[in-house]
Design a protein around this ligand. Structure first.
Ligand code: ZN
Length: 270
């Protein structure tokens, strides 16, 4: 979404059409779906996914997922507060669960901070820093409102006339939302676009660093991810995301900025 197109939409629409800007990456995106419209559906669908999968609780691995997730989440919230953007996260209900499925090397996040990690990705994560790469990326999708952006784009393309005519159609919005959050079907992964994935990689790297996890572990994690395929089956987390070699190059390019956040974490802690 370029700013011209966004401006045009803003001018012609009778609804409040807004462009959101990612405060860490500067990427602009279309978003006219409010948290109060989107999050109840997201939370409901998350519950349905949880009830149709085996959720591990109370084990060291489940606690690790919760602890690393919450540490990154708190660091990001502190950052949002420091720049006066806390209201962007109104209504979020963060949750980090571990799903018992050793064959699935994957993780995902639904709008409003509902995260799931499959046990199959933990051996590739190896340690807290590796897990922080995965969770930083997923938390970034939620912070940046990528779900709302995707639904906004889809809603406009499917119901553009109504949107531009100022017709609010909650039933139709609900249908578009459901399209992206398949209920308990096993296909629980949100299909984000390439630009959203790159945005989540960049933002994820910064927020893991803010939480005190070494961002230099990110390219190393992705290398492990590539090697884990053994050249045959592509893990889901890779297949739905950008080309791994490109993403490693991109991460190394922005590493200096991530290291500044990492150093700030240590400076503030001392
Ligand atoms: Zn992603």
């Amino acid at each position: 979404m370029n700013s011209k197109k966004c401006l045009l939409l803003s001018l012609v629409s009778l609804l409040t059409v807004a462009c959101a800007t990612n405060p860490l990456t500067g990427r602009k995106s279309l978003n006219f779906v409010s948290n109060s419209q989107l999050l109840p559906s997201s939370f409901q669908q998350y519950q349905e996914v949880l009830s149709s999968n085996k959720i591990i609780t109370g084990t060291p691995q489940a606690k690790q997922v919760e602890e690393v997730g919450n540490r990154i989440r708190k660091a990001a919230e502190t950052y949002y507060k420091s720049i006066g953007k806390s209201s962007a996260l109104d209504g979020y209900q963060w949750q980090f669960v571990l799903i018992d499925d050793s064959k699935t090397a994957n993780a995902w996040c639904m709008p409003g901070g509902k995260v799931a990690v499959y046990t199959g990705i933990l051996s590739i994560c190896k340690d807290d820093a590796g897990l922080a790469v995965v969770l930083g990326h997923e938390i970034a999708h939620a912070l940046a409102g990528h779900g709302a952006e995707k639904i906004s784009q889809s809603y406009i393309s499917e119901l553009g006339g109504q949107v531009l005519g100022g017709v609010t159609n909650n039933q139709a919005l609900r249908q578009v939302i459901n399209q992206y959050y398949p209920v308990a079907s096993g296909i629980t992964l949100l299909r984000y676009g390439r630009k959203q994935e790159t945005d989540a990689d960049e933002m994820g790297l910064y927020i893991m660093a803010m939480a005190g996890y070494d961002p230099r572990q990110a390219p190393i994690f992705w290398q492990r991810m590539i090697e884990s395929t053994g050249g045959s089956n592509t893990p889901e987390f890779l297949s739905t995301h950008p080309n791994p070699e490109n993403r490693i190059a991109d991460l190394n390019r922005i590493m200096p900025k991530a290291l500044q956040f990492y150093q700030s974490y240590h400076t503030n802690k001392l």
